[in-house]
Design a binder for this molecule. Structure first.
Ligand code: ADP
Length: 222
């Protein structure tokens, strides 16, 4: 509760500040008013994202019902994710999909979509313009593996074990500037656990990162 309150307080304080300014200065120019409204909108959007991620996380954590499983066609799902990534990055990175396996996956489509989408969105947000991002579907022995490889800023090794903690960020300002809630990897980890899968992180500072979800062999479907 303390962490969530803290996360909500900053944007609320900013919005409050602008509301008070607007109240105190009824003669504010159109331009200044528009600018204030734009900044307020950014902050309310941030709060909305935070609440949406909190609800997703609480749903994943409290869900006692078994995972609703289906056979997921990875070719179709990953092409959807790739399209969403292209919309998100507006052409600023090279995005590529490598389908090295044609195995289908037994799992919950919606949750998988959310986990894969979160990893891709992170790769985009933590990779400078012009970088390369690869979405990969492959097999390691009998285990199906989804991974996202980026040529981004990377992560110093001491931070890696803590990345899936709620609100843990290596660089607060970069996370905030790019619209991060600090909950994405906590959500990914929960979804992986619900699929008996493991989240693996390989990263080198300044060179890039690879986030992989390694599924158990029993989740392969044909
Ligand atoms: P956020 O909303 O802050 O991105 P996440 O839970 O998704 O929260 O990620 C936690 C932190 O892990 C991020 O703040 C960032 O420091 C780091 N991180 C996640 N993905 C990457 C990546 N692909 N490259 C570099 N750092 C990353």
């Amino acid at each position: 509760v303390a962490n969530v309150s803290h996360e909500l307080r900053t944007p609320l304080t900013v919005v409050n500040g602008y509301v008070e300014n607007l109240q105190d200065m009824p003669d504010l120019s159109q331009d200044s008013a528009r600018r204030a409204l734009q900044l307020m909108a950014e902050q309310t959007k941030r709060m909305e994202n935070l609440v949406a991620d909190l609800l997703t996380l609480s749903h994943l954590e409290n869900d006692l019902s078994p995972l609703l499983e289906e056979t997921v066609d990875m070719d179709v799902l990953l092409n959807e994710i790739l399209k969403e990534g292209q919309l998100l990055n507006g052409g600023s990175h090279s995005l590529r999909l490598e389908l090295q396996s044609n195995a289908k996956l037994l799992g919950n489509r919606e949750e998988l979509h959310s986990a894969f989408g979160n990893l891709l969105s992170n790769a985009i947000r933590y990779t400078p313009k012009g970088g390369a991002i690869i979405l990969r579907w492959a097999e390691r022995g009998d285990q199906p593996v989804f991974s996202v490889q980026d040529s981004g800023i990377g992560i110093p090794p001491q931070h890696i074990p803590r990345l899936t903690e709620r609100f843990y960020r290596v660089d607060r300002s970069r996370s905030r500037e790019t619209g991060g809630t600090g909950l994405g990897l906590a959500i990914v980890k929960h979804i992986a656990i619900r699929h008996q899968a493991k989240l693996e992180v390989l990263s080198e500072e300044g060179k890039g990162s690879t986030f992989s979800i390694v599924f158990p062999g029993k989740r392969t479907a044909n």
